[in-house]
Design a protein. Structure first.
Length: 216
């Protein structure tokens, strides 16, 4: 199944960051990322599950429709608010046929802390190697001065990720259909701005409806 033509207009209206180029690795700042384009095939970066076992995005998605949410980490209060909001819409997403998968640079041990703290009932996977954010073109390197300020405030990016790359994702949401095609994206360089749950649901409903029509 190809990208849903009519949904492109809805996507453009819901996004606040223009996607004008394909994925291009790790950017030097949040405003210089180059996200993967709609209509692209789902990449298959290496990941680790909450049990610290090697896996990949294709294995996690398993050929099913999915909502993919990239967040900065369990240390980020804006992320925790978003993760809790996603918990509220998870039942309806499941009814629509979607699985909900949240991806962050956090180590698997940190994912488990977040699952318990926020009482989450959906999948969290670790991208501490930055393979996923690189494949989606939404990763950027945090400048050294900000890393130092974070550390002074009790946030240790290296401890959270187990790595010294200081790479974070621009908070993003992607919806992939059952054919592994990216049908929706919401990417914003300001980490305080997140895709509202109702926007995600509206997009998921529309994609599910159009997919059903195309398969008749």
């Amino acid at each position: 199944m190809s990208r849903i033509p009519g949904f492109a207009l809805i996507t453009a209206a819901l996004m606040f960051f223009s996607l004008t180029a394909g994925a291009a690795g790790i950017a030097p700042s949040a405003t210089e990322i180059s996200p993967i384009l709609l209509g692209s095939t789902l990449p298959d970066p290496a990941l680790r599950d909450r049990d610290d076992k090697a896996t990949s995005l294709h294995k996690v998605v398993d050929g099913k429709p999915a909502v993919l949410v990239f967040y900065r980490g369990g240390w980020c209060p804006f992320c925790n608010i978003q993760l809790s909001e996603l918990r509220e819409i998870h039942p309806e997403l499941t009814t629509l046929g979607y699985q909900l998968i949240a991806i962050s640079p956090d180590l698997p041990s940190e994912l488990n802390k977040t699952l318990g703290k926020d009482k989450l009932d959906y999948t969290l996977v670790s991208d501490s190697s930055t393979a996923a954010v690189s494949a989606f073109g939404i990763g950027y390197t945090v400048e050294d001065s900000l890393v130092a300020r974070y550390r002074m405030g009790g946030i240790d990016l290296e401890k959270a990720s187990g790595e010294s790359h200081h790479v974070l994702p621009v908070p993003s949401v992607y919806i992939v259909d059952g054919d592994g095609v990216l049908q929706f994206s919401y990417v914003h360089p300001d980490y305080k701005v997140r895709a509202p749950g109702q926007v995600i649901l509206a997009a998921a409903r529309e994609i599910a409806k159009q997919s059903h029509k195309l398969k008749r």
